[in-house]
Design a binder for this molecule. Structure first.
Ligand SMILES: [Fe+2]
Ligand SMILES: [Fe+2]
Length: 262
């Protein structure tokens, strides 16, 4: 759809769809001077093993340079981003996390369990589904008690194994999603066996217990309710996540700048 003429636009407020068009046009203009690149992972997800060379992209976009910073199409991140900024500007959906954490809070669990529930699927909502427990744990490992990151790592495996005594049955949803005959891979089975005897087993199990009941479209949840728990249990670096030289700083930077050329 084309934008209304300046004269026409001045005469009446823009409709929502015109506002959206205007925003899109402004962002395309901001991106106009730069080429945003798609990494191989994004094309793999489209079922293609390929990448465009720098030279080919330059030839296609004469006179332009590659984007080497923030992508203007994405929500702007502050200079020193904190966990909350990623929740608000990068995580595609936070309702499931907030519901899970709210459930744990209401059940009277300690703050480590609540934080583990709040962060258990940040791998999914911010990064990638495959092995999301491992990715999520790696992201937060430098900033939380090892009980929290360990629990998030192994919830990946524990999800597939019931523990009726702890109140966790194999999810019906998994039968629906993966079929009755789905069997987890051997590395998941081994992870489960190791986790079963670990001192933090129950923390990981409680992620599963609070996870399964947490899909309620009508529940009222709010990130503000968890700001204090995050403040007490997540070591927010003063330089901002991504600029603090930890083993996962580069992962936060990649979430911030997913289309940088290098
Ligand atoms: Fe999960
Ligand atoms: Fe979950």
């Amino acid at each position: 759809m084309s934008l209304p003429s300046t004269h026409e636009a001045a005469a009446r407020p823009l409709t929502l769809s015109e506002q959206a068009d205007e925003l899109e046009e402004r962002m395309m203009h901001e991106l106009d001077e730069r080429i945003a690149t798609k990494s191989v992972l994004f094309t793999l997800a489209d079922g293609k093993v390929e990448m465009e060379s720098g030279a080919a992209l330059m030839a296609k976009n004469p006179g332009k340079l590659f984007l080497m910073g923030a992508d203007p199409r994405l929500p702007k991140m502050p200079d020193k981003p904190q966990l909350i900024d990623f929740f608000r500007q990068r995580f595609a959906s936070t309702n499931h996390l907030l519901q899970s954490a709210t459930h744990a809070l209401k059940a009277g669990h300690n703050e480590k369990v609540v934080l583990a529930c709040l962060l258990h699927d940040i791998g999914v909502v911010g990064f990638i589904r495959c092995d999301h427990g491992y990715w999520g744990a790696q992201l937060i490992e430098p900033y939380v008690d090892e009980e929290v990151s360990w629990a998030i790592r192994v919830h990946q495996a524990l999800r597939f194994f019931p523990d009726e005594a702890a109140g966790y049955a194999y999810p019906d949803l998994y039968r629906k999603y993966f079929g009755d005959d789905y069997q987890p891979e051997p590395y998941i089975v081994e992870e489960y066996k190791r986790a079963r005897n670990h001192k933090h087993y129950m923390t990981a199990r409680l992620i599963c217990v609070n996870d399964i009941y947490s899909f309620d479209p009508n529940a009222k949840v709010n990130l503000d309710d968890f700001v204090d728990i995050i403040g007490r249990n997540f070591k927010q670096p003063k330089e901002g996540l991504g600029f603090d030289n930890t083993p996962s700083s580069h992962m936060w930077r990649t979430l911030m700048w997913p289309t940088r050329f290098l």
